[in-house]
Design a protein around this ligand. Structure first.
Ligand SMILES: NC(=O)c1ccc[n+]([C@@H]2O[C@H](COP(=O)([O-])OP(=O)(O)OC[C@H]3O[C@@H](n4cnc5c(N)ncnc54)[C@H](OP(=O)(O)O)[C@@H]3O)[C@@H](O)[C@H]2O)c1
Length: 433
């Protein structure tokens, strides 16, 4: 069976690029990260790799890539600038203007439908029209109600030939733009889980030690994903065991941004007088400038913590689950609550839940995870140590097992990365009629 994504691509874009990085000059090379442009689809993949330069910084806008070609030669390229800055199309055409190229009858590749409305930037379609672009290949339509086909129609009416991608290159663009697509179409953030495990599913040994299950390449890619997603979250158990910094440091484009950080305390068991708890929270705050930090816990527990945490740490309370409800369901909807929106200043676009196994199990049990990044080390540990799925519920029958669909498989150094999506996400964004 053909995989949904082209080899080497996943939810975090082109994996080799995150490990080796690229310089814009490489775009001119015939062999660009192994992708020789023989077709529109190949050019779309190169455009996607380019878009990765805008990772995280463009939130809540999508990180788009754009390449302009004339007579089969690349004459301009660009990625979306940090939020409020220029769109990828304008960056690409800004570059080429400096070079004095004529754009009449040029072709353009872009990862998302160009806008035709005035936002923080003037419309990209108008730019293409004025530049005399005669052919536009778009990887994905933009579901933003202000765009939603208007950009494609504008360009056609202006006389350009407009093509929408299909197959693996369109799926690769859906994977890259997934947080934006989910937010625009479902008015909620994408919620993804991530963990590193041995072949037998162990995520921490019996001494709570998880450093390190996987090797440096897998860890670098895990850090890259922190750049991509809006919020990185861990459970209280992980905060206390590991005191993580939750920053993106050992990866390509380190520190271009840092994710906001949340600690999830599902049962309200955090103790304000616990020095380990206080120190670990202070470390999250100090680890990155301009990041927001919050503890997410039951509303009742907010009262106990109020005024007793480091000043920069906010509290977000979720209501008690109703009789039939599960905590995992509360942890799914907490991101849309008014308190969360006022904490961040907007609804988060994506939440990257890094563990531990108890928190991930609660979320899986409540069908609250849209996608998974599972890093697998070729090791067997055995024993009854931590595993995702242990602890929060009794094993259901096999027929009732939580099920995800495989999106991509990749090898990172000596480890493997398996990426999966829930059925609703697959059907909404990866299956085309
Ligand atoms: N390999 C990886 O990718 C990875 C990633 C992250 C963490 N880890 C490792 O995982 C370990 C921590 O994992 P963890 O599972 O102990 O903690 P966790 O998932 O980080 O946090 C679990 C939270 O859920 C609470 N809880 C426990 N049982 C529950 C239930 N039945 N219903 C609702 N909430 C419940 C816990 O409360 P209590 O505190 O009261 O129990 C705790 O607040 C550490 O050793 C860490 O190194 C590994």
């Amino acid at each position: 069976m053909e995989s949904l994504l082209p080899p080497g691509f996943g939810l975090g874009g082109h994996i080799e690029t995150t490990l080796r990085g690229i310089s814009p000059g490489q775009l001119h090379a015939a062999d660009f990260q192994g992708i020789v442009p023989n077709s529109d689809n190949d050019f779309i993949l190169r455009t996607l790799i380019l878009s990765m330069n805008g990772v995280g910084e463009t939130i809540p806008n999508p990180a788009v890539g754009c390449i302009a070609l004339k007579n089969d030669e690349i004459i301009g390229f660009g990625a979306t600038e940090a939020y409020g800055g220029r769109h990828a199309e304008r960056v690409a055409f800004g570059n080429l203007k400096d070079n004095g190229h004529s754009t009449e009858n040029s072709a353009v590749y872009v990862t998302l439908e160009p806008c035709s409305h005035h936002g923080k930037q003037p419309p990209c379609c108008e730019l293409f029209q004025n530049a005399g672009v005669s052919r536009v290949v778009v990887a994905l339509g933009d579901p933003n109600p202000l765009v939603n086909g208007r950009g494609l129609r504008y360009l056609e009416a202006a006389g350009a030939r407009v093509l929408l991608s299909h197959g693996q290159s369109a799926a690769a663009a859906s994977a890259w733009h997934l947080p934006f697509l989910v937010q625009q179409t479902q008015n909620r953030p994408l919620i993804v889980g991530k963990w590193a495990q041995t072949l037998d599913g162990v995520v921490a040994d019996s001494h709570h030690n998880s450093k390190w299950i996987t090797g440096p390449e897998a860890r670098a890619h895990g850090h890259w994903l922190r750049l991509k997603y809006d919020i990185t979250a861990v459970g209280l158990g992980t905060l206390l065991a590991d005191a993580p910094a939750l920053t993106a440091r050992d990866c390509w484009l380190p520190n271009s941004r840092q994710p906001h950080a949340c600690v999830i305390d599902p049962l309200g068991h955090s103790i304000p007088s616990d020095k380990r708890f206080q120190d670990a929270l202070a470390k999250l705050v100090a680890a990155a400038d301009n990041r927001k930090v919050a503890v997410v816990c039951p509303r009742e527990h907010v009262k106990e913590l109020k005024g007793k945490l480091p000043a920069a740490v906010s509290l977000i309370g979720f209501p008690p689950p109703n009789e039939a409800g599960r905590i995992g369901e509360m942890l799914k909807s907490v991101w849309q609550q008014d308190e969360t929106i006022s904490w961040l200043g907007r609804m988060p676009q994506s939440v990257y839940i890094e563990g531990g196994s108890t928190l991930l199990s609660l979320m899986i049990e409540a069908e609250a995870l849209d996608a998974l990044h599972v890093f697998i080390a070729p090791k067997l540990l055995g024993g009854d140590a931590h595993r995702v799925g242990n602890g929060t519920h009794k094993s259901p029958q096999l027929s009732m097992a939580a099920h995800f669909d495989i999106l991509s498989t990749s090898v990172l150094g000596g480890d493997m990365l398996l990426e999966l999506v829930s059925k609703p996400i697959k059907e909404s964004f990866f299956v085309r009629g």
